[in-house]
Design a protein around this ligand. Structure first.
Ligand code: CP3
Length: 340
């Protein structure tokens, strides 16, 4: 591979500068994304390997980032298990058949990998396009985050239904989480077999949980997944709330812990066991700011991390759709000019 910075950093090996990629790097902040999106629905884009490959390549060609991330969504596993998923403009994801009792949960189909074959097909097309230039990151949603969408029937501000289910019907929650975890293992291993070079597990909404509930309903399933993956590629573990949950995330044995912007990245790294790399942790809202501010905040982060192996530059969460493209490009260029 011509540029293996991400892989080396993920394995805590020395690099001449931090690698850079950004969560949601292929998306609505790019006019080239809209040129495709205006012709197809989001799920059509995900399910047509040639189109998924076109979109995956946009940030490689237009931003020059050091890694590609498969164009898909964390919710495709829930759809394959039987969730009636749609994405409505301005509303976000919706499940028309939310799962709220044992009868619903029994219907969730664990034997559903065939329905995700389009992802393996997309990975093969993307690897042909990348042609060994940069690594390709595959991903899946973590069981708690997927559960929250299935229970709420879509996005939620407060996770009221999900938390009430965890509190009142913990056995039902565990039954669902185990099913989702088993699908996630098979799905991620399928991505490894299809040729991804790294994996990221997204537990986006873990920040909704207390420390004890995180252990019971999120951590133990993520740890189980990580113990069953083909560890021939590095694994990145992400959640919002990682500033708090980082010690538990590390205990699940990923190669990299991705940190939101609330914590000091160096302090977190020093608190983790040797050999665990960190990813992060610029506040994405910095990318709305004027360029001198963007520059200062990125250089501050680099000064803090100078001399540390095992650092991947990223945002603490995804790029928002209305962040100016020019600012994103500027940030990527700054990282690429930097030298340790
Ligand atoms: O990062 C990338 O560029 C790769 C593609 C990717 C998407 N979703 C594309 C997408 C990835 C890695 C995801 C992960 C994802 N999806 C997460 C975890 C990351 C995070 O943000 O915490 C979550 C929670 C989802 C669920 C999801 N998908 C939501 C809540 C929404 C609607 C909100 C929104 O941002 O529009 C989506 C839709 C979605 N996923 C879009 C894209 C490009 C927008 C679709 C459109 O064009 O309308």
């Amino acid at each position: 591979m011509k540029n293996d910075l991400l892989i080396r950093a993920a394995l805590s090996q020395p690099t001449e500068r931090p690698p850079v990629w950004m969560m949601r790097q292929a998306g609505r902040f790019m006019k080239e994304y809209w040129e495709i999106k205006n012709k197809y629905s989001f799920l059509e884009m995900c399910k047509t390997p040639e189109i998924a490959a076109d979109v995956t390549m946009l940030p490689i060609d237009l931003l020059g980032v050091d890694a590609a991330i498969l164009f898909s969504d964390i919710l495709v596993t829930a759809e394959a298990m039987g969730g009636d998923l749609s994405f409505e403009q301005g509303v976000g994801p919706r499940f028309a058949n939310p799962v709220r009792n044992m009868q619903d949960a029994e219907k969730l189909d664990v034997d559903c990998l065939d329905r995700l074959q389009y992802v393996a097909d997309a990975i093969k097309v993307i690897q042909q396009r990348l042609n060994g230039s940069v690594p390709l990151i595959g991903f899946a949603g973590a069981p708690f985050t997927i559960l929250s969408y299935l229970v709420e029937g879509g996005s939620s501000k407060d996770f009221k239904l999900t938390k009430t289910l965890l509190n009142n019907q913990p056995e039902l929650a565990h039954y669902m989480l185990q099913k989702i975890a088993d699908v996630t293992i098979a799905y991620l291993n399928m991505q490894v077999d299809a040729g991804v070079n790294a994996l990221q597990l997204f537990d986006s909404w873990a920040l909704a949980l207390s420390w004890n509930d995180y252990q019971e309903f999120s951590h133990q399933y993520n740890k189980y997944i990580l113990s069953k993956l083909k560890r021939t590629v590095p694994v990145i573990s992400f959640c919002k709330g990682s500033s708090v949950f980082a010690p538990l995330m590390a205990e699940a044995n990923p190669d990299v812990v991705s940190i939101d912007w609330n914590a000091d990245l160096l302090n977190i790294k020093k608190s983790l066991p040797e050999g665990i790399a960190v990813q992060g942790n610029l506040d994405p809202f910095v990318l709305y700011a004027d360029k001198p501010v963007i520059k200062k905040k990125i250089l501050d982060l680099f000064e803090r991390m100078r001399g540390e192996d095992g650092f991947i530059f990223n945002l603490g969460h995804g790029i928002m759709p209305d962040i100016p493209f020019d600012n994103v490009k500027y940030a990527v260029e700054l990282v690429k000019e930097f030298r340790y």
